[in-house]
Design a protein around this ligand. Structure first.
Ligand SMILES: [Zn+2]
Length: 516
């Protein structure tokens, strides 16, 4: 499958110097085989343009793979068992980090508290990252080590959950999780460069197993940029990376005159990454109407004065901008900021991005389309947590929660991504989620009208993803002159039923003509 309108399917591809030289029938292509040519016979397997994931936190991913994995754990007893195992191998007093626990999967169906876990770790502080990645649970030792007690005030944009008597339960939401001296996402303490290098290598080598040939890395800081650059220079990157520098680096980039697009085909600078709100799962996204069951909670909107100015400056300098915006109130504020910036400095083809775009009603979609905004979103969150969204948003708002089909059919470019490590960087899973929207917990279909076709889903992870970083001239389809990046699958996703997509295996990942 080439995804090229001129020749949607072909049998064989010739690659010269890492680029596609020719596509056609096997007999045509075999004519140009010489004594030096390496021939790979795929025995009729399906080849797609290489998958691209437009939102992978690479440092978090690599570092997260080293923490206690509590994904899919179904009881408090199992949580305890996993933790005591790791604690027993950890020096007394050292932090133990875990990840991925999910109260919807626990048979107890409630948030964990420190009293659930204190017993298994009396001497080691625990930091257990909630599956939303926007909240965490500490045990009593952990709270102590973070200086949190019943008198502690939460920071702006954060909450410390308390019980009826006012005692902290250990659950810290949004910015409150940064009160701990350790943490995941924006990993603290920042690892030294050696550990970071190991983590990035683990991350990229894991990503290619899922057929990824390019990834976008949001919120890259100086160290991540530096180490990724070293890996690229040493030829150690098995896939292509677009770095989205965090906004704190904007001033430096502007002083250096660095803009989006700088780099080569292996490593490039993309949009500058800005945050406007929190997360739907942790109920901290900025919503226009409060969350169901929490009449006081309309989420958290970062200061629009601050991010609007950043957007204005970046737009003036000709940079692409990418803003994390989940709730409808956040999306509205970001679109207003984009409009103001583009009025100040009009640009023909800016492709400013909205990351996530989760609660996206019709009026805001129309506005986004008029402005030429593109959206990088995560279909897997629908199947992973659609039931949770239903509980926080109710039926009416669910109709425009991750409205992927509407966005696409109304003419907005939408790319697929994992927000890894929030979900695994597995495009086939994302494609399955986007086409089925079937809850992984209940099997119910979540907003059937927003299921996309297989072709739309595959485009989200190929050509659309390429467009989101201005790479459509060299990535996203299999065409003469483009980079020879291919994902080889065990079956043709266009031929199987959507339910069967999960049974398809990635047989091979080819980047620049080389099997990685
Ligand atoms: Zn993210």
């Amino acid at each position: 499958m080439t995804l090229s309108p001129a020749e949607p399917r072909c049998e064989a591809v010739a690659v010269v110097f890492g680029r596609v030289a020719e596509t056609g029938s096997t007999s045509e292509i075999m004519r140009s085989v010489g004594s030096e040519t390496k021939v790979i016979d795929l025995n009729g397997k399906t080849v797609l343009p290489g998958f691209i994931d437009t939102h992978v936190h690479l440092d978090d991913f690599g570092l997260t793979l080293r923490t206690v994995n509590m994904e899919g754990v179904t009881s408090v007893a199992d949580v305890r068992r996993l933790l005591s195992e790791r604690v027993s191998h950890t020096p007394r007093g050292d932090w133990v980090l875990g990840r991925g626990w999910n109260e919807n999967v626990l048979k107890e169906k409630r948030l964990l508290t420190r009293w659930d876990i204190d017993e298994v770790s009396p001497d080691n502080p625990l930091y257990l990252h909630h599956f939303s990645c926007h909240a965490t649970l500490l045990n009593s030792r952990g709270l102590e080590a973070s200086g949190i007690d019943r008198h502690t005030k939460p920071p702006a944009g954060g909450w410390i959950d308390v019980d009826e008597s006012g005692e902290p339960t250990g659950f810290l939401r949004s910015n409150a999780r940064f009160m701990a001296p350790v943490g995941l996402n924006g990993v603290r303490p920042r690892p030294n460069l050696g550990t970071l290098r190991e983590a990035l290598l683990v991350g990229v080598n894991e990503a290619v197993k899922y057929g990824l040939t390019s990834i976008h890395v949001p919120s890259a800081d100086r160290d991540e940029i530096k180490v990724t650059q070293e890996l690229a220079a040493e030829g150690m990157l098995p896939l292509r990376v677009t770095l989205l520098p965090k906004v704190e680096l904007l001033d430096h980039a502007l002083k250096l005159g660095i803009g989006s697009g700088l780099g080569d085909e292996w490593l490039g600078i993309g949009a500058v990454k800005i945050f406007s709100d929190g997360s739907l799962i942790a109920r901290t996204a900025a919503v226009k109407e409060s969350f169901d069951g929490e009449p006081e909670n309309e989420g958290i909107l970062n200061d629009p004065g601050v991010f609007s100015r950043q957007i204005l400056e970046a737009n003036r300098a000709g940079m692409q901008v990418s803003v994390h915006a989940v709730g409808d109130r956040a999306i509205e504020a970001v679109l207003a900021a984009y409009e103001a910036a583009l009025r100040d400095t009009p640009r023909e083809d800016h492709r400013h991005r909205i990351e996530h775009g989760s609660l996206f009603p019709r009026g805001l979609r129309d506005w986004a389309r008029r402005l030429g905004v593109v959206v990088s979103t995560q279909p897997e969150l629908v199947t992973r947590n659609g039931d949770g969204f239903q509980a926080s948003l109710g039926d009416r708002r669910m109709r425009y929660t991750y409205p992927i089909k509407s966005l696409l059919e109304e003419g907005i470019i939408v790319s697929g991504s994992s927000d890894c490590p929030l979900t695994y960087p597995n495009p086939l899973k994302g494609i399955w989620s986007a086409t089925t929207r079937t809850s992984e917990n209940t099997g119910e279909i979540i907003t059937a009208g927003e299921r996309v076709t297989i072709d739309q889903a595959i485009r989200m992870y190929t050509i659309n993803a390429a467009m989101v970083s201005f790479d459509e001239k060299r990535k996203g389809t299999i065409e003469r002159g483009k980079l020879a990046d291919f994902t080889v699958l065990s079956a043709d996703p266009y031929e199987v039923s959507p339910e069967e997509i999960l049974n398809i295996r990635v047989e091979m990942t080819i980047v620049g003509g080389k099997v990685v």
